[in-house]
Design a protein around this ligand. Sequence first.
Ligand code: SPV
Ligand code: MG
Length: 315
Amino acid sequence: MSSDGCETNAAGRATLAREILSRESPTILMEAHNGLTARLVEEAGFEAIWASGLAISASLGLRDANEISWSQLVDVVETICDATRLPVLVDGDEGFGNFNNARRLVQKLDAVGAGGVCFEDKVFPKSNSFVEGVEQQLSPIPVFAGKIAAAVDARSSRGFAVVARTEAMIVGKGVDEALARAAAYAAAGADSVLVHSKRSDGADILEFLERWDSRVPVTLVPTKYPSLSIRALSEAGASNFIFANQGLRTIISALKANLAKLRASSDLMSIESEIAPISEVFRLQNLDELLAAEKKYEHFELRGRRQHERSEAQK
Ligand code: SPV
Ligand code: MG
């Protein structure tokens, strides 16, 4: 439900997602993992949401290793889409299988109002890119390009965005491999290529940007190279920036701190002044809309109940 209580226009949102990803000016997609965090992201003024696989699985107490099913992902994305008007780019991992699983996911995400999906060129079951000591296997280029082509063909005419992500540099295959993969995925119809890296100096990303021919916009996830500014990265040629997990990590830090205080003090007053009042929870739930609707509709209910009572009495 959007802030005025109306269903959000999914068609408009999908078109907006594609448009935003190809804009000249840099776009930041901020992580959300449920309806509440989506609403907070929108209120903070961000233009688009990243429905993060890491954050969604962590919020469900699970690992980012395809432990949540694709239908669980669709359910969470639906709550996110219901809570915001922003375009939502969904982390579709590797598509939960082959081209057929990926295109079915596209149709389902499109149907619940997502603006687009990002698929990565790993094999099922994936592992988070930053997990050390796990062998991360890449899909052969033609297989993943076929998956991207299938995803592009499966989207509705409304303009659902398909982003292709290469993990070549994450698995240590270097910039040449990342460039070859990105070119193949762009040729298969991707709206943007996401190039991922875990190098803290971002040297491989900067080399990629230098050598990329810009045939489609580049999307980055600067989690591991946060000291490279968005301005510097966009001047180097990147277009979109995913702040992939900062909301989740904020919640973990803040909640841990207050749980520790409550455990130590057994005193609600030890945190009362620093937490959101209940009225703020109601506001974020858009309770006002329900109260207004009750005023508008409750006399219908009253009338119906009276009619029912009268006809019962006449029996
Ligand atoms: C996510 O947010 O789930 C991502 C980004 O895919 S990363 O965690 O860096 O792989
Ligand atoms: Mg992910």
